[in-house]
Design a protein around this ligand. Structure first.
Ligand code: G6P
Length: 604
């Protein structure tokens, strides 16, 4: 995710900003920039690529003791110099850095253009600086309040104005921003890593708050401009722990980030109770007879979920195919087959090859991808970005859940277009999608017993995951997660298939994790639980919150919050991600960088 740093004090701002940006590098970025204020003039330098390239571009000296800096991870618009932050207003009065997504940027941009404001980038962020310039009346606090009151979405902002030397504004709304308190100098940043070498005294800004930051002090305001008392805290982390937000591993940090990541995927695409995925305007679902989803690893498992959801809602025959298989299978695809390619990195060689094959055969290709401007995005005819933010841990977590959520949204959108659901049902399904971030937050809360379950079970050499329908798709992903990070062998089995051979392997003490959330098939999976219990297996059930009868059959029960049954794949994977994590930790594995694995597999 993008990184912000702001500094005002007595030292050269450029050096502190560049150092802060380097410390934010771990978050992933594709361009960087700084704005420094000196003698009433804001100098902005930005560059695609590495921070060293930016430093080189700045060249010799850049005087000034206050400024803002940014590492950008592209969401709207390619990673170019122009789209890099800071964005400056045409009159040179303001420069801003932004982290988050401005959901109503298109209408604001149109409005500001009508007022004669110029736009130089393709970003959503540039509307912020133009709003500031538009509302500027000499009163900076007032101007910031007026401009930000127009914004919908999530944003952390750093603002500098040429008329106010040494005075910065920091604004927080659903994107993290922390103030660092120094002596005669102050900071703000997306996380404490950026300034931890200078100060460990911080103020956590709350959502809706904004702050005026000068070398001599910090004035904190609530959303309506009333001054609030800051709460000072001291961090005890070192720089390495700070990168992980205080978590022991990136994997755990990213598991916990999922409610936010899902908000970023979902919220900008729901308007007036309807799903409006940008970029699909030209895709006529009436011309599609069949859907083939293709991907690798966890992205493939998201595709297996998607198959169930799309078939149920759209009534279009859908298959999920491993890209490494599809590419060599002489597939039957044509212009009436929609191929959906899913990839977090957008650089997976097999997925790209399958896409090329599909294109050669004339099939339209829709990509669901996280990395903006990646090869998958460039090759596709239609792109839906998941906007999950950069994922550092090799084992994907937020990358996966946002892919599933995107497929859920696609299915509801397509079903609405095709009329395979009534408008009332479409509205219900849309509301259920909108509540997925909250469901995931609750799933995290309900998973409080997972660590202890992992501590009792981490020594198993092999285990089974069983489930049906969407529960089965989640088993595939849960099993892969466990294998990847803990090196424990596991198999995901369609629960009903167990009796056709695999049940021979069930003996006393064998661990079976049964996912029994999917409404209509819960009782069927219950029968399978009874079958393995009768053979002495130890069963951990993943069940819907409130399903207390599960205690009668299973040795342990992990609850997940209920949501629309076909969307359960999103909340129900949470405890199993956590189980994989804690089991790996108990086994002393290198969780963020498992042996033999790469985050992005760019070779065949
Ligand atoms: C690698 C990673 C997996 C990932 C798969 C697909 O194998 O280790 O975690 O699911 O690639 O990656 P993609 O970037 O295409 O989603």
């Amino acid at each position: 995710m993008c990184g912000i740093i702001g500094y005002t004090g007595k030292n050269n701002a450029r050096e502190i900003l560049i150092e802060g940006l380097h410390r934010l590098e771990y978050r992933g970025y594709d361009s960087a920039g700084v704005s420094v204020l000196d003698g009433g003039v804001i100098t902005t330098v930005k560059s695609q690529g590495r921070i060293d390239a930016l430093d080189e571009k700045i060249g010799g000296t850049l005087p000034g003791t206050s400024g803002i800096g940014h590492t950008r991870w592209a969401t709207h618009g390619a990673p170019t110099d122009k789209n890099a932050h800071p964005h400056a207003s045409a009159d040179g009065k303001f420069a801003i850095v932004h982290n988050g997504i401005i959901e109503n940027y298109e209408s604001l941009r149109a409005e500001l253009t009508r007022h004669g404001m110029e736009f130089r980038s393709e970003t959503d962020s540039e509307v912020v600086v133009n709003l500031l310039a538009y509302y500027y009346d000499g009163d900076l606090k007032n101007t910031v309040m007026k401009a930000t009151s127009r914004l919908e979405g999530s944003y952390a902002l750093g603002i500098v104005c040429a008329d106010f030397p040494g005075r910065l504004f920091a604004v927080r709304s659903m994107s993290p921003l922390i103030i660092g308190v120094g002596a005669g100098e102050n900071y703000f940043a997306s996380d404490v890593t950026a300034f931890i070498s200078h100060t460990k005294n911080i103020i956590h800004m709350e959502d809706g708050q904004f702050a005026e930051v000068t070398p001599g002090g910090i004035t904190l305001y609530d959303a309506i401009g009333r001054q609030v008392e800051p709460v000072y805290e001291k961090v005890t982390w070192d720089a390495e722990a700070a990168e992980k937000g205080g978590y022991e591993h990136f994997m755990l940090k990213e598991i916990m980030e999922q409610p936010r990541a899902l908000e970023a995927t979902i919220n900008p695409r729901i308007h007036g109770g309807k799903i409006t995925p940008e970029g699909l305007e030209a895709l006529d679902m009436e011309n599609i007879d069949r859907i083939v989803i293709t991907a690798c690893g966890s992205a493939y498992h998201a595709g297996v979920v998607g198959k169930y959801v799309i078939e149920e809602l759209c009534r279009i025959p859908t298959t999920a195919e491993l890209a490494s298989e599809l590419r060599y299978s002489s597939p039957i695809l044509n212009e009436r087959t929609l191929v959906i390619a899913i990839s977090q990195s957008g650089e997976t060689a097999d997925t790209l090859a399958a896409m090329r094959e599909a294109k050669k055969l004339g099939a339209p290709v829709l990509a669901i991808v996280n990395v903006v401007g990646s090869s998958v995005a460039v090759l596709a005819d239609y792109v839906l970005y998941t906007w999950a933010g950069p994922e550092i841990a090799v084992a994907t977590t937020k990358g996966y859940t946002t892919q599933v959520a995107m497929l859920d949204m696609f299915a509801v959108w397509a079903a609405g277009k095709l009329g395979t659901v009534t408008p009332e049902r479409e509205a219900e399904l849309t509301a259920a999608i909108a509540s997925l971030p909250a469901s995931v937050q609750r799933a995290i809360y309900l998973s409080s017993n997972v660590e202890e379950i992992a501590e009792r079970n981490y020594r198993h050499a092999s285990l089974f995951f069983i489930g049906r329908n969407i529960d089965y798709a989640s088993c595939l992903e849960a099993s892969l997660k466990l294998k990847e990070v803990s090196y424990i062998h596991s198999e995901a089995y369609a629960a009903g298939e167990l009796k056709h051979g695999t049940i021979a392997l069930i003996s006393p003490e064998q661990l079976v994790i049964a996912v029994a959330c999917y409404g209509a098939l819960r009782d069927k999976t219950m029968s399978n639980i009874q079958q393995v219990k009768a053979r002495g297996a130890n069963v951990i059930a993943v069940a819907r919150e409130g399903d207390r009868t599960m205690f009668a059959e299973a040795d342990d029960v992990i609850f997940v919050p209920g949501t629309e049954p076909i969307f359960m794949a999103v909340p129900q994977i949470i405890p199993m991600q956590l189980l994989a994590y804690y089991v790996a930790r108990e086994n002393g594995c290198d969780i963020d960088k498992p042996k033999n694995l790469a985050k992005s597999v760019t070779v065949e």
